[in-house]
Write a protein of this length. Structure first.
Length: 235
């Protein structure tokens, strides 16, 4: 696939895998990150290291990587009373979404990304949203993003494509995709350099990477990694 893409790149496992996917699909790839008052703000530092390591370790991808954009969306953190933007315990309920849901986050991310894409002449937006391993966030659903693609294309008066390569796979399959895209070296990069833990813990190193080991993001990553490793070892 030829063309240019803009990857919503947080520095986490999913967005890093999406970045590799885009680098295999497109001729030119730029990245965008958002500082929105997240408790795991350490991801903003990790994402820079991930970009540096990709350029260093994967020269076939390095020549496709373009400009990195970082936007200050701290207002989102100011108006969000969630466990990702406030010092509060992560809670789940059978009656409503978990309090890690940041209302409007992905809608805003894609809208701002579209404005950058418009100015930069980038036709596709790539995001790591997934309906398989997620907490029911409505802005991660395929229907939401299909609708948003139409809205953005109409509002920008230009065709905008939203790619979600992880939409229908689970965390183990995301690890497998990373391995297929960049072999064990890329899996090792994800383990060592990316950040997914909701609490921003970089003090505990596990086989699957850094994190508290207890939050939902760490638990998903752990479970997926163990399933992935068992699949690989059985081959």
């Amino acid at each position: 696939m030829q063309g240019k893409a803009l990857v919503l790149f947080s520095g986490g496992q999913d967005s890093t895998t999406c970045l590799a996917w885009a680098l295999n699909q497109y001729d030119h790839v730029e990245t965008i990150g958002f500082s929105y008052g997240q408790r795991h703000h350490v991801e903003m530092t990790c994402r820079l290291d991930v970009l540096q390591q990709i350029k260093k370790q994967f020269p076939n991808w390095a020549n496709k990587i373009g400009e990195d954009h970082v936007l200050d969306l701290s207002l989102l953190g100011q108006i969000s009373d969630t466990a990702l933007t406030q010092e509060k315990a992560i809670e789940f309920s059978n009656l409503k979404l978990p309090n890690t849901f940041v209302p409007g986050r992905n809608l805003l991310f894609f809208t701002f990304a579209a404005t950058i894409a418009y100015r930069r002449g980038l036709q596709s937006l790539v995001g790591g949203m997934c309906e398989t391993d997620y907490s029911g966030y409505p802005d991660c659903r395929n229907d939401t993003l299909v609708s948003l693609q139409s809205t953005l294309s109409l509002g920008m008066d230009m065709p905008i494509q939203i790619d979600t390569p992880l939409m229908w796979i689970d965390k183990a399959e995301i690890w497998q995709m990373a391995h297929s895209l960049g072999s064990q070296a890329f899996v090792d990069l994800i383990v060592e350099s990316t950040h997914t833990c909701y609490l921003g813990d970089r003090s505990h190193r596990h086989a699957w990477g850094y994190g508290c080991g207890m939050c939902p993001a760490c638990q998903l990553r752990l479970t997926g990694f163990e399933k992935f490793k068992s699949t690989v070892s059985s081959l």
